[in-house]
Design a protein around this ligand. Structure first.
Ligand SMILES: C[S@@+](CC[C@H](N)C(=O)[O-])C[C@H]1O[C@@H](n2cnc3c(N)ncnc32)[C@H](O)[C@@H]1O
Length: 237
């Protein structure tokens, strides 16, 4: 990983603070709505138990908790993020839908989780872990807070294996996304930074290997939409 990028990742939440107001709108525009479909995939792979307590790290504006509330097996969702700007928008969305009794959004670090050992049944992260300064430490922390038999689901950008889709993907991520993103968000380079984090991050078997290294079992990964995004799943034994 490039040194400049690593330094910026330590404070990446500050960038999200600055783009929080336009984050949801830009997500829908830049992904053409596919991000909503991707997050719904998390519902298909819930751990097989009732009264699930879920933890969503890098929860941002709360879009994952708003999907998870649709599952009757889930009784409580804690969302954590380091950006106050993102969390405040998420809190408003949760309140407007009358979901405060199930969803609790807080400021919290995904690499140093402020929860006791073995206190949750499922951990999710969607498009967040590539922004963490120490993703491997985060995986170890997740394993610590999961109950035995609990499940981790991580959704993250990846790079399509087909040469044609890869070409279109790189053109889009390197040119269109930063151009439109920086203009609409009013930030000079937030979306250029986001593109760099995508290209620089482990994906596929390499990322699955990190999960195994952290002690997760039954790991698997499912490329989505030609491999633009990938859903990684792993269990705590
Ligand atoms: C691309 S957003 C993803 C938000 C949301 N999960 C979604 O699917 O839209 C990445 C989020 O990671 C958060 N973040 C970055 N570093 C973090 C850390 N160490 N702990 C918790 N959140 C962090 C940022 O503040 C930002 O809200």
């Amino acid at each position: 990983m490039t040194v400049g990028l690593q330094t910026r990742k330590k404070e990446s939440w500050k960038i999200f603070d600055e783009i929080a107001k336009t984050y949801d709108l830009l997500n829908r525009i830049l992904s053409m709505g596919i991000d909503v479909y991707w997050r719904h995939k998390l519902l298909k792979f819930l751990p097989n138990r009732k009264n699930i307590v879920a933890l969503d790290l890098a929860t941002g504006t709360g879009d994952v908790p708003l999907v998870l509330v649709k599952a009757p097996e889930i009784s409580k969702i804690i969302g954590m993020d380091l950006s106050k700007g993102m969390v405040n928008i998420g809190k408003d969305k949760i309140k407007k839908r009358g979901l405060d009794h199930i969803v609790d959004l807080r400021i919290g670090d995904g690499t140093d989780i402020s929860l006791p050992d073995e206190s949750v049944d499922m951990v999710t992260i969607s498009f967040g872990i590539r922004n963490f300064s120490d993703p491997k430490k985060s995986l170890r922390e997740i394993k610590r807070v999961l109950r035995p038999g609990g499940r981790l689901q991580i959704m993250e950008f990846s790079i399509p294996s087909n040469w044609f889709f890869r070409k279109v993907y790189f053109f889009y991520f390197r040119n269109l996304l930063p151009f439109v993103g920086n203009i609409i968000s009013g930030h000079k380079d937030a979306y250029t930074y986001l593109n760099h984090t995508v290209e620089d991050f482990a994906y596929g078997e390499e990322f699955e290997g990190w999960m195994k290294e952290a002690g997760f079992v039954s790991t698997t990964f499912k490329p989505l939409t030609f491999g633009i995004a990938t859903l990684y799943i792993g269990d705590k034994a």
